[in-house]
Design a protein around this ligand. Structure first.
Ligand code: HEC
Length: 193
């Protein structure tokens, strides 16, 4: 696996000279980073806007229903509206939905984010992995950046109705007991050239 790190991306801006990255790679990276940023922003804004509307309208149970029945369909919808060859998803080491379990290469990147967090250093804005000649993955780390996340990913043992509803839907749920600022996972954008 080849991680073309943020250093390579910075080099494009002329901030650093990165001799190992050939010119065509430079051009690819610029477009990969652009596609990755747009897809990440679209997905996160769509999910958060809808989740918060449900939270306002019907509280945490309504928001939970939304997340468990529509988050996937909404992700598919975002994907269908992105540039051709670009798809996005969310992954986590401690995932709720088994469909969000990271693949082997994705787990390596998540583990590297986790190490950065353990060392109390700042997470990169993004990381780019070159999977093969035509495929890149853009990763944006996600943290618990809002108190609202803790309603469903924090200590949920105080709300028995919610706890039961989550356990019924996700019998193998690992996505609880997070605290503010913990690493929650990542958005992965796969870009096929
Ligand atoms: C109302 C409950 C609720 C709230 C609030 C909530 N989530 Fe979730 N979250 C869920 C559910 C349910 C899933 C599984 C949905 C699916 O099928 O993808 C999920 C999945 C995720 C995933 C995908 C990985 C996995 O575990 O399956 C990430 C990442 C995530 N949430 C981050 C957040 C963040 C960050 C916040 C705060 C901005 C947040 N969530 C707020 C209920 C919630």
């Amino acid at each position: 696996m080849k991680i073309l790190s943020i250093v390579a991306a910075l080099a494009l801006a002329g901030a650093l000279v990165y001799a190992d990255v050939p010119k065509t790679e430079d051009a690819n990276l610029v477009s990969v980073v652009n596609s990755g940023k747009i897809a990440t922003k679209t997905l996160l804004e769509t999910l958060q806007k809808n989740m918060q509307q449900h939270m306002k309208k019907g509280g945490v149970m309504d928001a939970l229903n939304f997340c468990s029945t529509e988050a996937y369909a909404l992700t598919d919808k975002v994907n269908s509206e992105l540039q051709k060859g670009v798809t996005t998803k969310r992954i986590s080491i401690k995932y709720r939905n088994p469909a969000n379990e990271p693949q082997a290469d994705e787990l390596k990147v998540l583990n590297s984010f986790a190490e950065i967090k353990t060392a109390k250093k700042a997470l990169p804005e993004y990381v780019v992995e070159k999977v093969d000649e035509h495929t890149y993955k853009f990763y944006k780390p996600l943290t618990i950046n809002n108190q609202v996340c803790l309603k469903c990913h924090g200590d949920i043992s105080g709300d028995k109705v919610l706890e039961k509803a989550i356990n019924e839907r996700y019998p193998t749920d690992k996505a609880v007991n997070y605290k503010m600022d913990d690493l929650r996972g990542a958005v992965v954008v796969t870009i096929k050239k």
